[in-house]
Write a protein that binds this ligand. Structure first.
Ligand code: ATP
Length: 137
């Protein structure tokens, strides 16, 4: 069944939002397949955000993602990628629909609390990158 990679970014962990965010995915009916608190390396983040490396905000993005631990998890269930993105809300919390995680907990695109894979292909790539030890079905 479809899987997606979700991460609570350092600002979300620092603010104590991990439980609330996990609860939303569990309540929706997704299975949590893997879960860990991790300090991503610069190498991992450069790979994860490879498509953004030429953006002016890239150095700030890496510093933000290394400002504390990240809660990384894998959800599994029907429509995991699309529904996962919908539950997070628009990348910029200023544009996120009410009821989404970013709208409910963030104001600033530079501190938008969470990440979710944007396609089935990137989900599988990100799961392999963040969980090189493997994820049991
Ligand atoms: P994510 O990959 O975190 O789920 P996304 O796929 O919705 O986000 P991308 O355009 O891939 O959005 O941007 C990745 C991340 O880079 C954003 O979540 C945000 O933290 C950061 N970011 C994007 N645009 C900006 C910006 N203009 N200024 C600062 N940070 C930004």
């Amino acid at each position: 069944e479809e899987r997606s990679f979700i991460a609570v970014k350092p600002d979300g962990v620092e603010r104590g939002l991990v439980g609330e965010i996990l609860r939303r995915f569990e309540s929706r009916g997704f299975k949590i397949l893997a879960l860990k608190l991790t300090h991503p390396t610069k190498e991992l983040l450069s790979e994860h955000y490879g498509d953004l490396s030429s953006k002016p905000f890239f150095p700030k993005l890496l510093a933000y993602m290394q400002s504390g631990p990240v809660a990384a998890f894998v959800i599994q269930g029907k429509g995991a990628v699309k529904i996962g993105r919908a539950m997070l809300g628009a990348t910029n919390p200023q544009d996120s629909a009410p009821g989404t995680i970013r709208a409910d907990f963030a104001l600033d695109i530079g501190k938008n609390v969470c990440h979710g894979s944007d396609s089935v292909e990137s989900a599988e790539r990100e799961i392999a990158l963040w969980f090189p030890e493997g994820v049991k079905p």
